[in-house]
Design a protein around this ligand. Sequence first.
Ligand SMILES: Nc1ncnc2c1ncn2[C@@H]1O[C@H](COP(=O)(O)OP(=O)(O)OP(=O)(O)O)[C@@H](O)[C@H]1O
Length: 263
Amino acid sequence: MTPRQETSKRDNVIEVRGLLSQFGDRVIHQDLDLDVRRGEVLGVVGGSGTGKTVLLNSIIGLKQPEGGTVKLFGYDRDAMTKAEAAEVERRTGVLFQQGALFSSLTVLDNVASPLVEHTNLPRNTIRELAEMKIAMVGLKPEALYLKPAELSGGMRKRVGLARALALDPELIFLDEPTAGLDPIGAAAFDQLIRDLSDDLDLTVFMITHDLDSLYAICDEVAVLADKHVVEKATVQELERSDHPWIKEYFLGPRGRAAHQSAA
Ligand SMILES: Nc1ncnc2c1ncn2[C@@H]1O[C@H](COP(=O)(O)OP(=O)(O)OP(=O)(O)O)[C@@H](O)[C@H]1O
C-alpha cells in the first residue's frame, strides 16, 4: 500500500496546468490552469458548451487530456501507480448531472454500492454506514427502500450526493446539482453542500448555472471562457471584472437579482 499523500489547508487538492482538450480538431481547452485549495467550495461557470463538463471529466480521469498536467492530492494523473489511482478514486466523490443512480436498486443499495465495491466491510456495517449517509443528506428512513423512479428530483439529487459521500471523500465534484430543482429545493440543497463542506472539511468542485448558488455558498468562482479559466475569484471581485462575458453574467438582470437576494 502506498503512503497516503496528506494535504494541508494550504495545499491545492486540484492543480491543472496547461490543459489541452480536443475532440478531433476541435479545441475545447487550451493553456487552462486551475488551482483548488483544500476546503474550498469552488463554483465553475461559463457559457453553454465552454467545456465545464469536459474539464470535470478531465480532472476525474474520464477524459484523457491531449496535453498539460492534472494533479489530484499532489498525484500527477499521468504518472500515478494503480494503487495511487485507487487511492485518489477513494478520496473523491462525484455527483453526475442526472444523478446516475442504478434504477433497479433501492436508495439503500445505491448508496451502499461504493462501499460494497471498494471495501471488505461486513454487510451490517455497510448498511449502517449507508443509512448514516442517507440521514446526513436529509432523507427520511422511509426513503431507504424506494427505487429512484419513486423519488422526486430533489430526493434523487440527495441520494446521488449520499452515494458520492459513501466513502468519506475529501473532494467532491458536482455537475449542476441544483438544475431542475425549484428555488426552495435548490436553496436547501445549496445549504446542505455548504454545511457538509464546513463540517467535513470537504473540497467542492461545482459546475453550476445557478447564480444564487454562487452567491450563497461558493468561496470562489472559476469562469471558463476563451478556452481557459479567464478568472478565479470571489463573486464580489468578479462583479468588478472587465471581461465582457463576466460583466454580462454578473451585472445582467439575473446577476443583479442574485446579488440583491444575497445582500
Ligand atoms: N464525447 C464528445 N465528443 C465530441 N465532442 C464533445 C464530447 N463531449 C463534449 N463535446 C463537446 O465539447 C464542448 C464542451 O462540452 P461540455 O459538455 O463540457 O460543455 P459545458 O460547458 O458543460 O456545457 P453546458 O453548460 O451546456 O452543460 C461542446 O461543444 C461539446 O459538444
